[in-house]
Design a protein around this ligand. Structure first.
Ligand SMILES: *Cc1c(COP(=O)(O)O)cnc(C)c1O
Length: 371
């Protein structure tokens, strides 16, 4: 007998998460220079980190021999001031991926279930499965969450419903009124995890007043991240907001020092950098327009997206799409296949700087012209 054979069946059944290909790996495989590679595969911020985050990290280097503040007071204080929530309603995570897992670990167990949408973020099924619970994937409507169907899919044993708004990889957005009605109708025993990883890219008029909803819904958990608009993906820092008793429950399954000291300092400094956030949104808006214009010229369809990425329909089937993905790699352009999300004819492309978008469109144009 091997330990692997004795691991719980629900753990052995987990399919690994396929991350975007790192630049260094493609450089090794193709013999390309790293500087010649464009990575538009992981929805990272093409501006890099905010200058304030850089300065905070530099100032924090001398302290890395010490354990970080396990309560993350400085960052929680900054979040509390900015968002108008109490410190006891904040849970910090090693990326928001961490807080999604804390929610799953705290609320799910064998014999329970979690509901999420088809084409929704891959971490929801992964975290559900790791907790030994059953995942219920609800068919999408126009690539987005079908809230009526998701409500109808909730069973007596359902403890969590995951909602991504905007969703990754489709970029679809639920309208705020629709979302509020869903939360109102949701049984109070079911926690709603509302993942707003891309919220900063929305026009203010489209943003749901979700922080205000926390007082109204004791079963609501909001999750947000510094990985996308704030440009700190490599540091791994995100957070959840909930009423204090639910936040306390999540904090109990958290590792005591789950967020490192450089990440805490950088996130606290980046939080108030409105200028950087505005620039990130402007670059994203312009880049999205550039990519969509390019798609039109190439005669390619796409899924309308509210995030910093867009799914483009490049192939007639999975094989044709895989060929185009590989051909892009040979030209030093890394994008993301989304066959594992049930979108086998699409590639997800993150919005880059103008010259990176141009490089992607030119490479794709050449490949489509001479397959
Ligand atoms: C990128 C992403 C996250 C979180 O990423 P972290 O780096 O772990 O904070 C969460 N949800 C969605 C939908 C995402 O796309």
């Amino acid at each position: 007998m091997h330990p692997c054979d004795l691991a719980p069946a629900h753990i052995r059944a987990i399919a690994p998460y396929p991350p975007g290909k790192p630049i260094s790996e493609l450089a090794r495989e193709m013999g390309l220079a790293e500087a010649d590679i464009v990575k538009l595969a992981s929805n990272e911020n093409p501006l890099g980190p905010s200058p304030r985050a850089r300065a905070a990290m530099a100032a924090g280097l001398d302290e890395v021999a010490l354990y970080p503040d396990g309560n993350g007071f400085e960052l929680k204080f900054a979040l509390s001031n900015r968002l108008g929530v109490g410190i006891d309603g904040i849970v910090l995570g090693n990326g928001s991926n961490d807080v999604l897992e804390l929610a799953a670990r705290a609320l799910l167990a064998p014999g329970t279930s979690a509901v999420y949408s088809e084409h929704a973020f891959a971490v929801y099924p992964l975290a559900t499965q790791a907790a030994g619970a059953r995942g219920i994937a609800v068919p999408a409507r126009d690539w987005g969450h079908d809230l009526a169907a998701m409500g109808a899919a909730i069973r007596d044993d359902t403890r969590v419903v995951f909602l991504a708004n905007p969703n990754n990889p489709t970029g679809t957005l639920l309208e705020s009124g629709e979302l509020h009605a869903f939360l109102t109708a949701l049984p109070s025993r079911v926690a709603a995890v509302l993942d707003e990883a891309y919220g900063e890219f929305l026009d203010p008029a489209r943003r749901a007043p979700s922080v205000d909803w926390l007082a109204e819904f004791p079963n609501l958990i909001l999750t947000r991240t510094f990985s996308k608009a704030y440009g700190l993906a490599g540091l791994r820092v995100g957070y959840a907001l909930a009423q204090p008793d639910l936040a306390d429950l999540l904090n109990r399954v958290r590792q005591p020092f789950n967020v490192n000291s450089l990440a805490l300092a950088a996130a606290a400094a980046a939080l108030g950098d409105e200028e950087f956030l505005a620039r990130a949104k402007a670059v994203n808006d312009a880049g999205m327009a550039q990519l969509l214009d390019g798609c039109r010229r190439l005669g390619l369809g796409h899924i309308p997206s509210f995030g910093n990425f867009v799914c483009i329909e490049v192939g007639k089937d999975a094989a044709a799409t895989a060929k185009i993905f590989q051909a892009l790699l040979r030209k030093g352009v890394i994008v993301r296949p989304v066959g594992n999300y049930g979108l086998p004819t699409y590639l997800r492309v993150s919005i880059g700087l103008p010259e990176q978008n141009t490089r992607f469109l030119a490479a794709l144009g050449e490949i489509l012209e001479r397959p």
